[in-house]
Every structure is written in structure tokens, then in C-alpha cells.
Ligand binder design. Structure first.
Ligand SMILES: NC(=O)c1ccc[n+]([C@@H]2O[C@H](COP(=O)([O-])OP(=O)(O)OC[C@H]3O[C@@H](n4cnc5c(N)ncnc54)[C@H](OP(=O)(O)O)[C@@H]3O)[C@@H](O)[C@H]2O)c1
Length: 265
């Protein structure tokens, strides 16, 4: 057996993967790793320039040119077109990675319904819609789905209420759809990252100084003593999406340096 084949994550070679959030952070890192593993990629994000840069990082490593399917996933037509264009281009779909999402600060006293809707729309409703449209294609290929949830879905943190609720919904979505699709041999899992260095916190309103402070504090809030890197999440996504995880479904896997296991004392 060639060493490339010894670890079954190499089964991603030649698989068609649709990755959302591919223009930044975890989705971008996952796209580059999947390209290295020989997957054929359809990439969604809103920022077309960033999406093109990620595509270049994929082809620079010798991968096939990814199909870019840009657009805002809160628009239902965009979701439909994303799936239609992917399947029209590649003829099938093997893997769906739901990484697009936003974070916003706010408590029960300060999160108005507009912010609640904005978070639930992209973090939950579009995941539901996109997955629903991909499922018939994934059944044909006995494919797999990996959702990007968060430690915030498993543990309670004050001041990010709607975000925590949205990720709990994704955890339950993962378990329920895993059971619904298991008879059809489609696997569904989530990764649940702790603090990972991306754009998401600054986009949620932290300035550079606050972000530096937040990352410094992450040394205490994560048992392994540091925040995580994008590639550490991407590696686990690749594992769960591939045949290396062929007997794993319905799992919400913490990628959080032990944060989910911690309790203050
Ligand atoms: N970083 C962390 O510490 C952390 C921890 C736990 C979970 N997560 C989860 O990881 C996922 C990825 O986040 P990240 O950290 O990689 O953040 P990021 O760097 O801000 O990337 C977010 C991605 O989501 C896309 N996106 C947001 N709204 C969208 C919309 N309406 N339509 C289409 N795409 C949209 C963005 O596209 P554009 O940039 O093109 O607009 C971008 O590609 C999220 O679900 C997040 O909740 C992150």
C-alpha cells in the first residue's frame, strides 16, 4: 500500500466538495487543504477578490481550478444557484462543508430581534436550506457533510447569546440529520472549534487592541494554553469528510484545546 493511501483521508482525492465560507478563515484553510488532498472544489463566499485569492492558493499547489460560486447565502436564489452550478459543472457532489457564519456580541438585554434574525439567518437557516438542496446529490454518492459549529454550541458564554443559540441548533441539526441520512449512507458531523485566529472576532466588533487582549486571554480559557489555528480545524474537517471517518456520524467534535472540558474552580 502506498503511504498516501495508508490514512484514508486520501479518499478525498477526486471527490467533489462544496465549501461555504471559503473566502476567509476556516473555510479558506479547508479549501486549501482539500485542494492539496486532490478534491475538486466549488467555493462560496461573498468577497469575490478573496475567493479568487483562495482559488489561487489552491492552484499554486498544483490543484485543479476551483469553481467559484460567489454570493450571499441568505438569498435563497443564490443557494439554489450554488448547488445547481456545482452539480452542472462537476456532474455530482460528494462533500458539503458548511463553514459560512458570523459572530455578534449581545446579551438578552441588548440583542434586538434584527441582530437575532441576522445571526440565525446565516448561521442556521442558510445551513438548513443549502443542506436540504445538497442532500439528493449526496445520497447518490453516499457522501458526507461537515458543519462548522462552535464550543459556544456546547457550553454557555454570556454576551454572545444568539450566536450560542445558533451553534446549539447546528449541533442538534447535525445529530438529527445524521440519523435521517444514515440509512442512505450519508454521514453528517460537526467540528466545534474554540477560539481560532481568523477574521470573525474583529468582524464582530473587536478592535486590534481588544482582539490582542482576547487572544492573550485564550491562553487561560483553553487547556492547551493557546488559541487554535485554521489548519488545526481544517485537518479535522478533512478527517470527518473522508473515509478515515467511515464509521463516524452524528458527532459534534470539539477542536478547542480542551476548552469544552474546563470548569472554573
Ligand atoms: N474563528 C473562531 O474562533 C471560530 C470558533 C468557532 C466557530 N467558528 C465558526 O467557523 C465558521 C467560519 O468562521 P471563521 O472564523 O472562518 O470566520 P471568517 O474569517 O469571518 O469567515 C466567515 C466566512 O463566512 C462567510 N459568510 C458570512 N456571511 C455570509 C453570507 N451571508 N453569505 C455567504 N457567506 C457568508 C464569509 O464570506 P465573505 O468574507 O466573503 O463575506 C467568510 O468566508 C463560522 O461558522 C464560525 O461561527 C469560528
Amino acid at each position: 500500500m502506498a503511504s498516501d493511501d495508508a490514512f484514508k483521508v486520501s479518499s478525498l482525492k477526486g471527490k467533489v466538495a462544496l465549501i461555504t465560507g471559503a473566502s476567509s478563515g476556516i473555510g479558506a484553510g479547508t479549501s486549501v487543504l482539500f485542494a492539496k488532498l486532490g478534491a475538486l472544489l466549488a467555493l462560496n463566499g461573498r468577497d469575490v477578490d478573496n475567493l479568487k485569492q483562495v482559488a489561487k492558493r489552491c492552484t499554486d499547489g498544483g490543484a485543479a481550478e476551483p469553481l467559484l460560486v460567489p454570493g450571499d447565502l441568505t438569498d435563497e436564489d443564490t443557494v439554489r444557484k450554488t448547488v445547481e452550478q456545482t452539480v452542472a459543472h462537476f456532474g455530482r457532489l460528494d462533500v458539503l462543508i458548511n463553514s459560512a457564519g458570523i459572530l455578534a456580541m449581545g446579551s438578552i438585554e441588548t440583542t434586538d430581534l434584527a441582530q437575532y434574525d441576522r445571526i440565525m439567518n446565516i448561521n442556521v437557516r442558510t445551513v438548513y436550506h443549502l443542506t436540504q438542496l445538497c442532500v439528493p446529490h449526496l445520497i447518490k454518492t453516499k457522501g458526507s457533510i461537515v458543519n462548522v459549529s462552535s464550543v459556544n454550541g456546547q457550553r454557555a458564554f454570556p454576551g454572545v447569546l444568539a450566536y450560542c443559540m445558533s451553534k446549539s441548533a447546528i449541533d442538534q441539526f447535525t445529530r438529527c440529520t445524521a440519523l435521517e441520512l444514515a440509512p442512505k449512507q450519508v454521514r453528517v458531523n460537526s467540528v466545534c472549534p474554540g477560539v481560532i485566529v481568523t477574521e470573525v472576532h474583529k468582524r464582530a466588533g473587536l478592535d486590534e487592541a481588544q482582539y490582542a487582549q482576547f487572544l492573550a486571554k485564550s491562553k487561560q480559557t483553553h487547556a492547551l494554553g493557546r488559541p487554535g489555528e485554521v489548519d488545526e480545524v481544517a485537518q479535522s474537517i478533512a478527517f470527518l469528510a473522508s473515509d478515515a471517518a467511515s464509521f463516524i456520524t452524528g458527532v459534534n467534535l470539539p477542536i478547542d484545546g480542551g476548552r469544552h472540558a474546563m470548569c472554573p474552580r
